[in-house]
Design a protein around this ligand. Structure first.
Ligand SMILES: [Zn+2]
Length: 310
């Protein structure tokens, strides 16, 4: 296909010296060769490029498999974590483990290098997941140490936890005041009652409710003569308004040991024992610690009695 306007050009070349004509034709041929080569390489990969592409595809596939495996591990670990937080710890009465490093912000500069990479997103994402997994694994192993420690000490734990009535129940006149908000019998103001009041005759023996070390034995405003026991594992008990104290700070006591006598000292109306159970320095309802040595019948009887008095 030759157009009319190309003819003069063609004729002009024919007028060139023969050497130039050959050089010109060679040049054109070279151009065509280079050009077609370029076109072919655009449409078809060279063996080298094809290999790199295959490698990349394999790499991507491997990253996918890796991420699936990480996801499986994450799932298993979250199950372990859940059981730790919602089963073992409540069962053993220990706080949720808090390791600040586990929840700390990630250092993003660590992943900055991947940004320039064409597969940077996949690599960064995978790295982050592995980092998260490593942290959670660390958390889980620490949590396991805790629960293992508790399980090994379980025998000890069962002897120290407050688990009996602080007085002989046959001496109990009534549970005169419950744990929680109440109108103060002396001041008439509403405030939280930090323990239970067990009304009993003056001189009634007061028992340590679990093995412990006496952490306080003396006079405390409001409480009158007070004994505080430290049971370990975060538990403390307090016995207030005593008429007599039979132990001093530092003494070791065993469950059921007489530590004092019921009285009416401090801010008190009538002879009674003010009994507190503290867990990690917060008072808890002692009622939950009474039923450990009670028959179901006795517990129901107590509940009836509490309904009447409250
Ligand atoms: Zn009280």
């Amino acid at each position: 296909m030759r157009s009319e306007n190309k003819r003069p050009g063609h004729n002009a070349i024919k007028q060139w010296p023969r050497g130039y004509q050959i050089l010109f034709r060679l040049f054109i041929a070279l151009l065509i060769a280079v050009g077609s080569n370029m076109l072919i390489s655009i449409w078809f990969d060279t063996p080298k490029i094809a290999k790199i592409k295959r490698d990349n595809q394999r790499l991507e596939a491997q990253y996918d498999i890796l991420n699936v495996k990480i996801a499986e591990a994450e799932l298993k670990l979250s199950d372990v974590k859940h059981r730790d937080q919602y089963v073992y710890r409540p069962l053993l009465g220990i706080d949720t483990l808090a390791i600040p490093q586990v929840y700390a912000e990630y250092n993003n500069s660590k992943y900055a290098d991947f940004a320039a990479d064409s597969y940077g997103d996949i690599i960064e994402d995978t790295w982050r997941r592995i980092d998260r997994l490593t942290r959670n694994l660390y958390y889980a192993s620490r949590a396991l140490d805790d629960t293992q420690d508790m399980a090994e000490n379980k025998e000890k734990f069962s002897t120290v936890i407050p688990a009996i009535w602080p007085i002989d129940r046959t001496k109990l006149r009534s549970v005169s005041s419950l744990y929680g908000m109440r109108k103060h019998p002396r001041y008439g103001t509403w405030r939280k009652h930090e323990g239970v009041d067990l009304s009993a005759p003056k001189g009634t023996a007061v028992y340590a409710t679990g093995n412990a070390v006496v952490s306080f034995s003396g006079w405390k405003p409001g409480y009158g003569h007070l004994i505080e026991l430290n049971h370990g594992f975060g538990y403390k008990t307090r016995y207030g308004h005593l008429s007599k104290r039979h132990v001093v700070a530092g003494d070791s006591v065993t469950r059921g040991q007489v530590i004092g006598d019921v009285g009416n000292t401090g801010v008190s109306v009538g002879s009674h024992l003010h009994y507190e159970v503290r867990y990690r320095d917060n008072t808890v309802n002692p009622i939950h610690y009474f039923n450990k040595d009670m028959s179901p019948e006795a517990y129901i009887e107590l509940m009836k009695q509490l309904e009447v008095s409250s």
